[in-house]
Design a protein around this ligand. Structure first.
Ligand code: CUA
Length: 342
């Protein structure tokens, strides 16, 4: 009963993952589909081996058990059996081949795709940082943090590196997983989303105390919406004056205190995240609901919320942080992607 309960709990837990589009079992993209096929092949092989081994085990248990009234002796000992040895060597070799051939095929397939530089494909540079992601669209001269916009059904190539330690870009429902390394050792990855939607990804390499908070969103939209989004992003003016007085004061405070690390719009690959369209974020710092209260908390005490992150603490007062929050939350330059299914 206990194992049944645990199994049920696990099922519920995994079902929960599916709701957020964070499941390798519900592929919505090219790489994820290949990976699920490989998983199914290995599961089928495991089930096959398990059934055969259990059948032999049960047969031996029943057939050679000590019968009633039988004398308690050591049975006749045998040594070596060529036929059996050949069988239990050849069968695993065949099973390994059945697993290896499609695995190698899929590996080369994805490697081929991720090194192509064809016309019409979108190349995006991914930089992992403790504990956030930067996505730079070099050709379009725009950058985002935490949110990767892609057109649905189009080929997207990622060039991936890290600015500090090893992280891992894990996007289970579309593409699978790839390490991001510091230094010159750049990895590449191929993305292709089949359906419009919001797909969650996560850092999958232990990278410090806030590793578990290092997530990102991939927003797959139609080609038209994507073009619109790129246009909107290009036209962001960090100097544009907000409507309310407090937001205007917040803008001044932000420019004085935060702009040395952050940027708003442009293609900056700075020390801190680019905060373009910050008001559209679904989470603050990857963990908090996007309310003003939470944002103020985050600006004043970032280390309490996300231990080990690079943002300086208590750089502004709570009152100043409140104005900065007013400014940041009204940065909603684009409504692209707000209507896609999550
Ligand atoms: Cu980055 Cu774990």
């Amino acid at each position: 009963f206990r194992s049944l309960f645990l199994f049920g709990a696990l099922t519920l837990l995994l079902a929960g993952c599916g709701e957020e589009n964070l499941s390798a079992l519900k592929p919505k993209g090219y790489g994820a589909e290949l990976l699920l096929d490989l998983m199914l092949i290995s599961i089928a092989i495991m089930i096959f081996v398990f059934i055969i081994v259990m059948a032999i085990y049960a047969f031996v248990l029943v057939r050679y058990r000590e019968k009633k009234g039988q004398e308690h002796t050591i049975p006749k000992q045998t040594e070596g059996n060529k036929a059996l040895e050949v069988i239990w060597t050849v069968i695993p070799i065949i099973l390994l081949l059945v697993l290896a051939i499609p695995t190698v095929q899929a590996t080369f397939d994805l490697a081929d795709k991720s090194t192509q530089g064809d016309e019409g494909v979108i190349t995006i540079d991914v930089t992992a940082n403790q504990y956030w992601w930067q996505f730079t669209y070099a050709d379009q001269e725009i950058a985002t943090s935490q949110e990767l916009y892609i057109p649905t059904g189009e080929r997207v190539y990622l060039n991936m590196k890290s600015s500090d330690v090893i992280h891992s870009f894990w996007l289970p429902s579309i593409a699978g997983k790839m390490d991001t390394n510091p230094g010159e050792n750049m990895n590449t990855m191929y993305l292709e989303a089949y359906e419009e939607g919001v797909y969650w990804g996560h850092c999958a390499e232990l990278c410090g105390p806030s590793h578990s908070l290092m997530d990102f969103r991939v927003i797959a939209v139609s080609q038209d919406e994507y073009d619109q989004w790129v246009e909107d992003m290009k036209n962001i003016d960090p100097e544009a004056a907000p409507e309310t007085t407090t937001a205007q004061e917040g803008q001044q405070l932000f420019n004085d205190n935060c702009m040395s690390c952050h940027a708003i719009g442009g293609a900056s690959a700075g020390v801190g995240p680019n905060l373009a369209n910050f008001g559209n974020r679904e989470k603050i710092a990857g963990i908090l609901e996007p309310t003003k209260e939470n944002l103020v908390d985050w600006i004043v005490h970032p280390d309490e919320i996300k231990p080990g992150n690079q943002m300086p603490t208590e750089i502004v007062s709570e009152e100043e942080a409140s104005k900065i929050a007013d400014y940041l939350l009204q940065l909603q330059h684009s409504d692209v992607g707000t209507d896609v299914p999550t």
